[in-house]
Write a protein that binds this ligand. Structure first.
Ligand code: CA
Length: 225
């Protein structure tokens, strides 16, 4: 695995872009850079990457947010956002952006590559054979079609939001700790912190509202009713 896996790095700072490319190539990935949003959209169309590393702050008319939005309109390619500030994280993982993960600058290229590897391993992993539809009141999780529905209407979810919802649905009635959720959804070698879980839960609650019977279990984590 690796040699033919194409990654597009969208970053206007050439030092950061080159550094990221260096580490990714060392890991066997093929890398294409794009220094601004318009180039990025064209490069993504032309190269059909398996993953996107996307700086939030880009020069010109099309910023990282807009790139993300446009890509998401037609594709569920995994996106790792590079953010300059910690307080952008909620937005980045949020509904409007649909990114899968984020890294706050300054970051360690090694950590970034570890995340790339983890996300790709998951994305390319064996498809579940036991496709099922889990029903929790008005909420349905269709693992075969990777579709979540609210009163029968599909709800747009980011990749990890769906994964988390599916994991919770498959463990209905059990109180799961944030660590268990991180291990189960993001993988045991995940480097992120508990807040990642909380941010995704917040998004799920925002998207499904009161009809999602997902309880906070004080001192533990979360439980799907
Ligand atoms: Ca930038």
């Amino acid at each position: 695995m690796g040699t033919e896996t194409v990654i597009v790095v969208v970053e206007d700072d050439p030092n950061i872009a080159d550094l990221v490319e260096l580490y990714l190539r060392r890991d066997g990935y093929r890398v294409h850079q794009a220094p601004d949003g318009e180039t990025a959209l064209k490069t993504i169309r032309d190269r059909q990457p398996k993953l996107l590393i996307l700086d939030l702050g880009l020069p010109g008319r099309v910023d990282g947010l807009e790139v993300c939005r446009q890509v998401r309109a037609t594709s569920d390619v995994p996106i790792i956002m590079l953010t300059a500030r910690d307080d952008e994280v909620d937005r980045v993982l949020g509904l409007e952006m649909g990114a899968d993960d984020y890294v706050t600058k300054p970051f360690s290229p090694r950590e970034l590559v570890a995340r790339v590897r983890a996300i790709l391993r998951r994305a390319e992993g064996p498809k579940p054979t036991g496709a099922a539809v889990h029903t929790m009141g008005a909420v349905e999780v269709d693992t075969g079609r990777r579709e979540a529905r609210l009163n029968g209407v599909p709800v747009a979810l980011a990749t990890r939001e769906f994964d988390l919802l599916q994991y919770l649905a498959e463990h209905q009635g059990l109180a799961l700790s944030r660590r268990q959720l991180l291990d189960g959804v993001w993988g045991a070698d995940w480097i992120g912190d508990d807040r990642t879980v909380d941010v995704h839960v917040r998004q799920l609650r925002k998207k499904f509202g009161d009809l999602l019977s997902l309880d906070t279990v004080w001192g533990v984590g979360y439980r799907m009713g």
